[in-house]
Design a protein around this ligand. Sequence first.
Ligand code: AMP
Ligand code: ZN
Length: 488
Amino acid sequence: MQLKIYNSLAGEKEIFKPILEGNIGMYVCGPTVYSNVHLGNVRTFLSFDFIYRSLKHLGYKVRYVRNITDAGHLTDDGDVNNDRFVKQTRLEKLEPMEIVQKYTVDFHKVLDLFNLLPPNIEPTATGHIVEQIELTQKLIEKGFAYESNGSVYFDVLEYNRRGLNYGELSKRNIEELFANTRDLDGQGEKKNPQDFALWKKASPAHIMRWNSPWGEGFPGWHLECTAMSTKYLGETFDIHGGGMDLKFPHHECEIAQGKACNDASPVNYWMHANMLTMNSQRMSKSTGNYILPMQLMTGENDFFEKPFHPSIVRFCFLQAHYRSVLDISNDAMLASEKGFIRLMEAIKVLNNIIPNDEKQSGFNLEEWKNKAYDALTDDFNSPVLIAHLFEAVKYIFALNDAKETISTKDFEELKSTLNALVFDVLGLQTIEENNNEKLDQTLKVLIELRNQARKSKNFDLSDQIRDKLLAEGIELKDGRDGTSYVLN
Ligand code: AMP
Ligand code: ZN
């Protein structure tokens, strides 16, 4: 079985060859934790979760690194007053690191709801300032960067002068880039408007600041990812992912930094996930065209006619290929809900089917399995994979109606293949499974509150918690290892 991956750098699907047989290093740009993630952000992270799960299922040992951007992401590279963290700090009257903590916790909670696996390493930009300073120094030494008024910029023209090609990923022509922006950019510090910041001098009001050889400042966003990816995956690694909107300038800059520093292309396969739209417009905080995951789940929004469970949202997202735009709508969600319920019903029904050893008719299991895996290995084609799953669903219902037969061997194989594809690879969860987890977490919180009440001798409250739960059929049991519960 050959895995094909669409490589944005090559502009086509390529046969995937890891650097080290059987192993994969994969880096995905993480969130900028200055506000709640919206559903569009979730789509990108979910696309890469599906890709990560698929790679593991295909037998690769994957080291998956996804960072947390907790400094340095400016809304506009030229203007230090547009630091997202500093702006939010003023708005919420919190310390920058309080903002970071608040939204990192939110990010993890949201991804948990959608059943995303955690990455193997989750480095933060502020935890890698030393590495970023070292890289900046190296770039200056090699003549690819220059200091200007306490900031350091990457010299894009010098990069191209040495035969390298700024624009190779985004297919932008540097001459055009220069022609289009020269007049618009009033940045006197840069030699050229396309030069990007590796290190920025902090103005007196800028509260996120670190010492450096160029005075107090903070790192540039593009350099963070180069520092963290190469530290944990090496100077050249297999896969780098992110949303389509990061291709330029973010990923273009990462390539330039990597090549300038190490004389090698940093990444073999660049993968870009496409955008989630709503009302046919890209979901985005800045335009106000967005919905938060919680608003979709609780139904507190004006867009959807009812609440939708995260498992249904996950299923809906996977019904589109990761490289296609997906427009979320009430109708799309309702259709996904129907499909999801039918798929889960089939899995339940399959468990109760009694195989017989008659030769089956109409459904060729081997052929079906091949088609499903062909879809998976054809650039992670989840919609085609799901379409094949529904062929199996049809067959299962026919089996249930005694209109089809299945041998014991095929029955076991169908069950294990279907379970692996649905639960391990697509990462779907039955609604009950997801709810039970939530219930478990809720009860742990209540048990904790009851313990606190007992400690402060508020026995009235602690008894109330116990009795009210009992009335709902949940019995708390106090033992030597603490309190557990039984659902009656
Ligand atoms: P940010 O926190 O702004 O760095 O974004 C986190 C991730 O979400 C990036 O990979 C973006 O490309 C991605 N993203 C932002 N908006 C959307 C959208 N509407 N649909 C899909 N992904 C998005
Ligand atoms: Zn990045």
